[in-house]
Each structure stands twice: as structure tokens, then as C-alpha cells.
Design a protein around this ligand. Structure first.
Ligand SMILES: Cc1ncc(COP(=O)(O)O)c(C=O)c1O
Length: 409
């Protein structure tokens, strides 16, 4: 569907003056392409889609139908995966805070829990002892030197206690340590090269006698970005195939002597790489002010709609105007509707901009509406547009949605 002012104005009339547009066909394409690049090299690769990045049920369901796994970090996300119909053995549970009650629930259902701490190990031992007839599946989240900020997640694999605890765990009859996991936030290729080196060292150390069922290298890959966006990152933006050739090739080589049908699963946990470029945020220009020489255009949106990326950089935008010869304007800051001084969606825009125009902010699919607080206004709807059809996949939030958990006197 070609976007233009008339299309956006019709959506405004039907659904309100700001909204997200989703392109779920693009999501399917990204999923197939990303997985395909890895499977070309290492066929036993699986995607465990990171729910926290964008847990739109419509997208989680696409992943499930394609045979992908769910990567979840809370009971809320776990319940969502179950509601969508994901089978428990296709759910990977990560995250630093899991209560004993929840751990027991995930493990007895048959999901894979990646253990994050010694506290969790102790709880899992207790759960295994009190459920002798059940086989429990776990992975170990590994934390190692990456040459950047020290991550607070997982086990420091250099810690002397770590190996001892691992050996103790292996002795528990009904506990099956299926694999190892890591995740770091850096998106550059060097980060993945270091992850692979370290995971291979850990495999040498922990899995000498038996073959693991999986190696999970986490998420954090860049999605597809245009030049305008790429220039704002302090590294080159790798392509899907760049990531695959660093990661999949190394594991292909490492596991070369293992027969194809016994090779460990290579698990990837992308969120941003699949979803970031599948959503746009649309807002309308309602006013253009000039305050002591500074031009400010206020919109019906807010930076709180735009996600984590939008807080630090200018996302790519397109302006849709009703008029052929709109007014050109220099260095205008495009602001949000909230009362926060710093609520700007784009700084120093130069181009055509008029009251009544719509602005489409690109690459807002990751950490956007899942991060949006009900600050001042409820959240806006999400509309899937494919071909020439529009379909609502999340309703506009209402007063009732926000206030149903509060007590009124
Ligand atoms: C364990 C884990 N896996 C996957 C992801 C997804 O990251 P991204 O959306 O950057 O791919 C995250 C994000 O924080 C994470 O913590």
C-alpha cells in the first residue's frame, strides 16, 4: 500500500490522530531471510523470538505457525505464549527474576529454563528433589569478558564455584542440562565473534563427554536500516548474512564431526532484527510555533510512542502533506504533546512541513508500544496494512483500560 495524505487522513478519521502501522508481510520476510541465512550454513538453527521486544500477539502467532520458539522473561510473557498456542517445549525462559513458584511451573510444563544465578540453581535443585518422576530441562546463561560494560546477567564462568556447581547439578538424576546460553546488548560483529569464541571455550569445558542439545547465542542483532539511520550508530551495521557467516560457520566447523541428525540446535533470539523496520508511528502536525527564533512543530504523538531508539537518535521520517506546494521550513524541532520539556520526536528537521501534515516515523517496531507508559494519554491503536487492506491488531486504549486497576472511593 502506497501511503499518502488521503490514506492517513482516512485512518485518522476511523482510528484517531496518531497510530502505529504494522507491515506483517515484512515481518514474515525478515523472519524467513534471517533464519534462511543461518540455515544455509547450519541447518539446525531455530529462532526463539524475543517477546519483550514486541509482544504483539499477531506477530508471536506468526512465529509460532512458522515453527519458531518463544523467548520469554516473565510469567506474563509465558502466559501469552501459551495463549497463542506455543507448546511448552518451544518456550525458552530467560531473565534474572524467576520465583520458585514460577520456576516450578515452567519446568514441570516442560519448557527450557536458562538459569541465571546460584539462587536459581538452589531453587531448581529443590524442585527436582520434590518432583522425582519428572525430567526438568535447563540451560546455563553464561557471562564472560566482552571488553565492554560488565553484564549483570548469568554466571561468571571464570568463578571457581561455577564449575563445582555445574558438576553438582549434573549429578541430579532428573535434571537435564541441555545447553548454554548468552546474551549481550552490543550489536556489532565483534560482539558476536567474542560470544562464539567464549561459548566454544565453555563447550570444551562443560560438554566433553556429552553433546549439548542446544547452543543459544541470544539476541541483539541490528535490523535493516537505511543510510540516514546507519550513520547515527557508532559502528557499521552488519547484514543478516554477515551475522550468519560469523556465527553459523564457526559452529558448523566446531560440530563438524557430529552426525547431522545429532547436531545441537543453534538458537538465535532476535527481536529488533525481525521487527524494528516493520512498524511506523504516524502523528499529525497540529501547530507550528516560533519562540525567540526557535521553530517548534507540535504533533499528536510523543517520544514515549517511539521506543528506546527514538530517545537518542532521529528516526527516519516521511512527511505526507495535503498540499502540492507546502511551506519549506528550516531547523524545526518536532515535539510531542506531553508536558515534558524534552518530549521531542525529531530535532532540526528541514523540509516541507505544514499544519495538518502527517509524519511517519520509521523503525519503531522494537521496544516502542511495549515501553509506552499511560502517561497523560492511553496508547494508540496498531493497524496492520497489507496490500490494500487495513486490520486493527491492537485497539486504541481507553479510560477504562487504564483505570480498571485503581480503586475509586
Ligand atoms: C536474553 C535476551 N534475548 C534476546 C533479546 C532481544 O534483543 P534484541 O531485541 O536487541 O534482538 C534480549 C533483549 O534484551 C534479551 O535480554
Amino acid at each position: 500500500m502506497e501511503l499518502n495524505w488521503n490514506v492517513l487522513n482516512k485512518l485518522n478519521e476511523d482510528f484517531g490522530d496518531s497510530f502505529y502501522l504494522l507491515d506483517s508481510n515484512k515481518f514474515v520476510k525478515n523472519y524467513d531471510e534471517f533464519l534462511g541465512e543461518f540455515q544455509k550454513i547450519y541447518p539446525n538453527t531455530v529462532i526463539a523470538y524475543s517477546y519483550k521486544t514486541n509482544y504483539l500477539p499477531h506477530l508471536c502467532s506468526i512465529v509460532n505457525k512458522k515453527g519458531g520458539f518463544a523467548e520469554v522473561v516473565s510469567k506474563m510473557e509465558y502466559d501469552l505464549a501459551i495463549k497463542i498456542g506455543v507448546i511448552p517445549s518451544n518456550i525458552i525462559v530467560n531473565g534474572p527474576l524467576k520465583t520458585k513458584e514460577h520456576l516450578e511451573y515452567f519446568l514441570l510444563k516442560g519448557s527450557i529454563v536458562n538459569v541465571d544465578s546460584y539462587r536459581e540453581l538452589d531453587l531448581i535443585r529443590e524442585i527436582a528433589n520434590s518432583n522425582p518422576g519428572k525430567i526438568l530441562s535447563v540451560g546455563i546463561r553464561c557471562n564472560f569478558e566482552m571488553g565492554s560494560t560488565v553484564s549483570r546477567f548469568g554466571f561468571d564462568v571464570r568463578d571457581a564455584e561455577f564449575i563445582e556447581k555445574f558438576k553438582e547439578l549434573k549429578k541430579i538424576d532428573n535434571l537435564y542440562i541441555k545447553g548454554i546460553h548468552c546474551h549481550f546488548p552490543d550489536r556489532n560483529l565483534d560482539s558476536y565473534s567474542k560470544r562464539v569464541d567464549n561459548l566454544i571455550n565453555i563447550l570444551d569445558l562443560l560438554f566433553k563427554e556429552n553433546i549439548p542439545e542446544f547452543v543459544d547465542i541470544g539476541g541483539g542483532y541490528f535490523g535493516k536500516v537505511n543510510d540516514f539511520l546507519a550513520k547515527q550508530f557508532n559502528c557499521n551495521v552488519p547484514s543478516y548474512s554477515d551475522y550468519a557467516s560469523i556465527i553459523a560457520s564457526r559452529f558448523k566447523e566446531y560440530f563438524k564431526n557430529i552426525p547431522e541428525n545429532r547436531k545441537p540446535k543453534l538458537i538465535l533470539e532476535p527481536g529488533t532484527a525481525l521487527v524494528a523496520d516493520t512498524m511506523k508511528f504516524i502523528a499529525k502536525i497540529v501547530e507550528i510555533k516560533n519562540i525567540r527564533g526557535k521553530k517548534i512543530a507540535m504533533t499528536t504523538g510523543s517520544k514515549f510512542n517511539m521506543g528506546l531508539f527514538g530517545l537518542s537518535i532521529n528516526l527516519p521520517i516521511n512527511v505526507y502533506s495535503e498540499f502540492k506546494n507546502g511551506k519549506f521550513i528550516n531547523n524545526v524541532d518536532i515535539s510531542g504533546y506531553t508536558c515534558i520539556e524534552a518530549d521531542y520526536l525529531f530535532k532540526n528537521y528541514c523540509g516541507i512541513l505544514n499544519i495538518g501534515d502527517y509524519i511517519a516515523f520509521d523503525n519503531v517496531g522494537s521496544y516502542s508500544f511495549v515501553f509506552k507508559p499511560p502517561f497523560i494519554c492511553p496508547n494508540v491503536p496498531i493497524i496492520d496494512y497489507n496490500g490494500d487492506k487495513f486490520k486493527i491488531v491492537k485497539h486504541k486504549e481507553t479510560f477504562e483500560d487504564i483505570f480498571k486497576t485503581y480503586m475509586f472511593e
